[in-house]
Write a protein that binds this ligand. Sequence first.
Ligand code: PLP
Length: 507
Amino acid sequence: MNCAERLVRLFGSQAEVARRLRLDRAVVSNWVKSGYVPARWAMEVEALTSGQVSAFDVLTEANARKPIRLKSRPDGESPYGSPLTGKDAMSDFAPAKRITSFHPPQRTLMGPGPTEIHPRVLTTMSQPAIGYLDPVFVEMMEELKALLRYVYQTKNPLTFPVSGPGSVGMEYCFVNLVAPGDKVIVCRNGVFGGRMIENVERCGGTPVVVEDKWGEPVDPQKLEDALKKNRDARVVAFVHAETSTGVRSDAKTLVEVAHRHDALTIVDAVTSLGGIPVLVDDWGVDAIYSASQKCLSCTPGLSPVSFSERVVDYVKARKDKIHSWFMDMNLLLGYWGATTRTYHHTAPTNSLFALHEALLLINDEGLENCWARHQRHHVALKAGLEAMGLKFLVKPEHQLPQMNAVVCAEGVDEAQVRRTLLTEFNLEIGAGLGPLAGKIWRFGLMGYSCRPDNVMLCLSALGSVLEDMGYSVHVGDAEAAAHAAYAAMHAKAAQAKARSSRAKAAA
Ligand SMILES: Cc1ncc(COP(=O)(O)O)c(C=O)c1O
């Protein structure tokens, strides 16, 4: 049954469908006769039927019956000189390959990000474009800021998504907080601490580096010592969740140490936000940035940031001109600030719709439940990986649930393992970076990718590939270990629930 017939069946008659869509009956009758609903009605049909006839079905059917064409051929003389037509028109610019619409394969994304995206978020992103100053959009921006304050656990009014990936959020913080000549303490225990050092240098600041081994958390004592030796340091920067190694640092303690020495803090929460607690107000973080494509499970290209009032005052009081026009906080306040909405740059509207929906999903689930889900599936994945004989890089007490780094199995070509997982199982996992390249695999369990079906697929696929390559694993052991871990967690949760019901009944 085509979508037009499904609509009529749902609402009983063509007249009723027409009434509900505020259309002439002849239009609906024409849909039924031609056997499809035109593409432009896809979203309204989905909304009207509460998803029983999905926009996707309408679009697929309409496109098959009447593909949308944007082609036009000038009649006679072209206003642009000789026409760019003919079969070789592209040959000067592109390889000799026919270019058609791009359809990415369906992959399971268990690398360091991006993650899979929830269908609700994908659907929202495909809604019609509207202007970035449209009153409807402006209302949505306020909700988006509130949702971000929730995931960041902050009341900071200046909490919003910067247009650009996590690297732009990072740069945004440094450009605004670091003036030429400023001394900045950067804690480095992986790739992204290294990028922070680059940022300090490019802002004309002087970095003082506190080094920790890759795979170990930042040592608060080393930070304390560096601050004692550098009393003029104005800013301390560190990565909360180091994606390159899967280690979690103690952000609360590091911020406390920095504040004892009157330094402001810049915290990288790219991989932590949404996956583990990030408590901006409770910890007193001054400036923080994240990215949309990790535990928030949205399309890449947005970087949620949050700044304390202290930072806003600090930046406003700067005497020098901030050297990036695009990133100058004082200018961007005109678009994202509390009161005004003036043009700064063209905001990526459809990506922002998507972020709004991705955050709404976290709100629906509950932030604590979202953190707990990451922990639960990490425990199961870890049980499976360890049952295969693989060792984690990071000590258990510092492991991130959303980023599991394990030492590669001995005697196998690690790149070939990743290639085979991708080509045969459509499963992406991450490689090691920098000094860990070729030595570790990184298994991400972030956001919408953090699901039991992904855990089980990953263990079976990896076991099968490793066995094929001669590594000694008992097929099925890893899955059994993960199942046992899930069963133990379910039993514990059921006992806790029973205890709390008994306590409630007794009260
Ligand atoms: C900890 C950390 N910081 C910063 C970045 C940079 O983010 P993006 O790739 O979105 O620019 C990443 C990316 O993986 C990251 O993991």
